[in-house]
Design a binder for this molecule. Structure first.
Ligand code: VG1
Ligand code: CO
Length: 638
């Protein structure tokens, strides 16, 4: 990737910016653009003709929104001086959102009208009162194509009558921060330009998610409507305004449409300071006998790590690695797991490695937590945070309303809920299912086995929140330790938890980019097997309790989703689960989840792969996975 395409952290937080902020008092008072009426009188030639001076950025990537047939656009309105054009378009197949937004290869999004159609279909799906003259937030993980996409999204938003867009500087704002900003600023919703943990760059992935007014990912009722509208779309409404300069903080007015470029960190940081005891965490991070490392994987949390961990919490600057966000994540796969964050894993498992290590993904909503020579499996992580939250985290000092996990996540959290006598929920994979429970006041802490952990402080999983939660727990346990005294470590906390609650051994096998046909056939085969199965059936040494394809009825609005994962649950509580990923952009990714509970503390130190070997063998043979997919080995083991 050429250096010019790098999005550097120092650009996001440069001193010039803070000076700019101070010189404007509150940093958002400048109105830079000329009165927009001057644009409304521009020629009626197609707005996206390559000659148009209005779409420089978009055209630099040979992308534009063009009239698909007649190449003509019609001015449909000029409210307070903005010319809004109607551009004819045609439906494009395959714009169905998956587990978390629409994700495709960059090249697919660069096709004529591809992104524009989806954005317009979204506006066609929302009740007008949810966006007309309203406020929307726009953020993203800084990946390749975000700059062009930002301009398209803002122009279509203006074209559809949105009043104001709050956008992160350079279009950057993490997924959890967008959720936080939507809530704090009482916005109607927001867009996140990210394919999350999928790799970025010209040859890789791009994605878009829409979150609603409480900051939660749009529910299936909305995403299904959007998909329906992508199949019948005929027109894109787009405002004839110049590209917005996203490199400087401040407010720009285009007639009655306003764009405010904001610091992507400040609202989020304020929320973190409200949730956590920063003094407590700082007391740990400044200890000479505690070493901390955070790997931002050249992704969006690079923009957050220094202001939060270093400037606010006293970590040393060298404790942040890969802290410069890059459009291609430094050729990496920004997925914090044992395979893709291997540099961090190596450091943490080295002799005399740091005491605490963490990483986050492309858009900052995932987290991985490590101690010295010790990996905390995400299913355990959420259970341990829940069990320790009340004492260590001020936000939970009055208790927790309820706990929840996604179906394939291990039952470690269930045991905490039971012991603490808290309401408990099991939902399908994908964060969108937690939001309703939170809005209804039924849920405080939740997580997924896929390195997602969070709480009702926002409506997304939150990578930095999880790191701060763990630091709070470790700091709380060590707050009275004198210099030189042995500290309670991450491993100590986890082992104590197992001793109290028992250990749920858990592993996930991912088979990435399989042939879709074989993967689909395998799932069909398993569904068929489920329909024929009965309690007591023998699978190796395991006896079946029940098998099903997970179906969920939302306890708040009664909506039902089906086919959320095939599971075999055995009489001893062990489970094997199969699903197809809904976030990939090529082929099919098969996920196989294995779980077994072990109450006997003398066996808790076993390696998970060893402990689970008999069950893994059962899972592989039951599913005929090798025959269907042709894969001998998984791509990633967690
Ligand atoms: C995966 C995870 C799921 C997570 C989703 C979005 O989905 O399994 O738990 O919510 O990614 O995370 P799937 O359908 O591929 O299994 V992110 O950080 O990519 O927004
Ligand atoms: Co993510």
């Amino acid at each position: 990737m050429a250096s010019s395409s790098c999005l550097r952290a120092e650009n996001v937080f440069s001193h010039t910016i803070s000076k700019f902020k101070h010189s404007n008092g509150n940093g958002n008072g400048s109105i830079r653009s000329p009165p927009i009426s001057s644009f409304s009188l521009l020629s009626s030639s197609p707005i996206f003709s390559p000659k148009s001076p209005l779409l420089k950025t978009s055209l630099s990537h040979s992308l534009s929104i063009k009239a698909s047939s007649s190449s003509s656009s019609t001015a449909i309105a000029e409210p307070e001086g903005i010319k809004i054009n109607s551009v004819p378009t045609k439906p494009i197949e395959g714009q169905k959102t998956g587990t978390s937004g629409l994700r495709k290869k960059v090249k697919v999004f660069m096709q004529e009208n591809y992104l524009a159609n989806w954005i317009q279909a979204l506006f066609n799906s929302l009740p007008p009162e949810d966006y007309k003259n309203g406020l929307l937030v726009l953020g993203g993980d800084g990946r390749y194509f975000n700059k062009e996409a930002s301009q398209i999204i803002m122009k279509i938003a203006a074209g559809n009558g949105v009043g104001k867009i709050l956008v992160g500087k350079e279009g950057v704002m993490s997924t959890p921060a967008v959720s936080a900003v939507i809530r704090k600023r009482k916005a109607n919703g927001g867009f996140i330009m990210s394919a999350s943990h999928n790799p970025g760059g010209r040859e890789y992935d791009w994605g878009i998610k829409f979150n609603y007014n409480s900051g939660q990912p749009a529910p299936e009722s909305i995403t299904d409507k959007i998909y329906g509208n992508t199949l019948s779309i005929s027109e894109i409404k787009i405002a004839d305004i110049p590209d917005v300069d996203l490199s400087r903080l401040g407010v720009t007015k285009y007639g009655n449409f306003i764009v405010e470029v904001v610091d992507p960190v400040s609202d989020y940081l304020e929320l973190m300071e409200h949730v956590f005891d920063f003094e407590l965490i700082r007391s740990l991070l400044v200890r000479p006998d505690f070493r901390f490392i955070f790997d931002a994987m050249h992704a969006v949390t690079g923009a957050y790590a220094k202001p939060i961990f270093v400037d606010k919490l006293g970590a040393t600057p060298d404790s942040i690695s890969n802290g410069v966000p890059l459009e291609d994540f430094g050729h990496g796969h920004p997925d914090p797991n044992l395979t893709y964050a291997k540099d961090l894993v190596k450091i943490m498992y080295s002799e005399n490695g740091p005491d605490f290590g963490a990483a986050s993904d492309g858009d900052g909503d995932r987290n991985m937590i490590l101690g010295r020579g010790f990996f905390v499996t995400p299913s355990d992580s959420v259970a341990i945070i829940a069990a320790n939250s009340q004492g260590a985290i001020p936000y939970f000092k009055t208790g927790r309303k309820g706990l929840a996990r996604s179906m394939p996540t291990s039952g470690a959290l269930d045991r905490v809920a039971e012991k603490l006598n808290l309401p408990f929920f099991e939902v399908p994979t994908g964060w969108k299912f937690f939001g309703n429970l939170m809005d209804a006041g039924k849920l405080s802490i939740c997580g997924e086995e896929s390195f997602g952990t969070g709480s009702d402080h926002i409506r997304e999983k939150d990578g930095i929140w999880a790191v701060l939660a763990w630091l709070s727990i470790i700091a709380h346990r060590n707050k009275d330790k004198k210099p030189g005294e042995k500290l309670v470590s991450v491993a100590d906390v986890v082992k104590e938890h197992w001793a109290t609650f028992g250990r749920n051994f858990f592993s996930r096998y991912d088979y990435e980019e399989c042939e879709s046909e074989g993967a689909n056939k395998m799932i069909e085969y398993l569904r068929d097997l489920v329909s024929k199965s009965k309690p007591g059936d023998k699978y190796g040494s395991y006896a079946l309790q029940y098998a099903d394809d997970f179906k969920y009825t939302d306890p708040v609005d009664g909506s039902v989703v089906t086919k959320q994962g095939v599971r075999f649950v055995f009489t001893d509580g062990s489970r094997i689960i199969f699903r197809l990923s809904g976030t990939g952009s090529a082929g099919a990714t098969v996920r196989m989840y294995i779980e077994q509970f072990e109450p006997d503390a003398s066996k808790h130190e076993m390696d998970a792969q060893t402990a689970l070997k008999p069950l893994i063998d059962v899972a592989l043979s039951v599913s005929k996975l090798k025959d269907f997919t042709g894969r001998e080995k998984p791509t990633v083991i967690t």
